[in-house]
Design a binder for this molecule. Structure first.
Ligand code: ZN
Length: 140
């Protein structure tokens, strides 16, 4: 798996993006895309129709859910949204007597141990770990 950031370049009426050199890329690739996301089978093994079906059934709905949670939390950046969606939510108890003010709780992820501040007033008690994407429900 890899992630990278590239600058698209104009090529004819389209735009090109170079693929990382380490990837296996066949003579022909298949692509499925929305106006924002792109899924490419660089082996070209899957037909573009099959890929589009998978894209519409699995990728786009998961992406929309993930994007929605991200908007709710403000700073949500999971690396494994798909995995998170399949994971049963963990729970974290807020210590009693925690004084209200800005309701920022110090949350420690039960899966990866990542620590981050969580604003309950802004984001509610359902969140995703900022590091591993695990769904977490705060017990308030
Ligand atoms: Zn985590």
């Amino acid at each position: 798996m890899l992630s990278t950031r590239r600058k698209p370049f104009p090529i004819g009426g389209s735009k090109g993006v170079t693929l990382p050199g380490g990837m296996k890329v066949s003579d022909e690739v298949s692509i499925a895309a929305s106006d924002r996301l792109l899924l490419m089978d660089t082996t070209g093994e899957l037909s573009e129709d099959r890929l589009l079906q998978f894209f519409m059934e699995s990728v786009e709905p998961a992406f929309q859910r993930w994007l929605e949670s991200r908007k709710q939390s403000g700073t949500f950046k999971p690396m494994e949204a798909e995995e998170a969606a399949k994971t049963k939510p963990g729970t974290v108890a807020i210590p009693p007597g925690f004084l209200p003010g800005p309701l920022i709780y110090d949350v420690t992820c039960p899966r990866c141990g990542g620590r981050f501040g969580w604003d309950v007033a802004a984001g509610g008690n359902r969140l995703y770990c900022l590091y591993c994407g695990m769904p977490i429900e705060l017990i308030l």
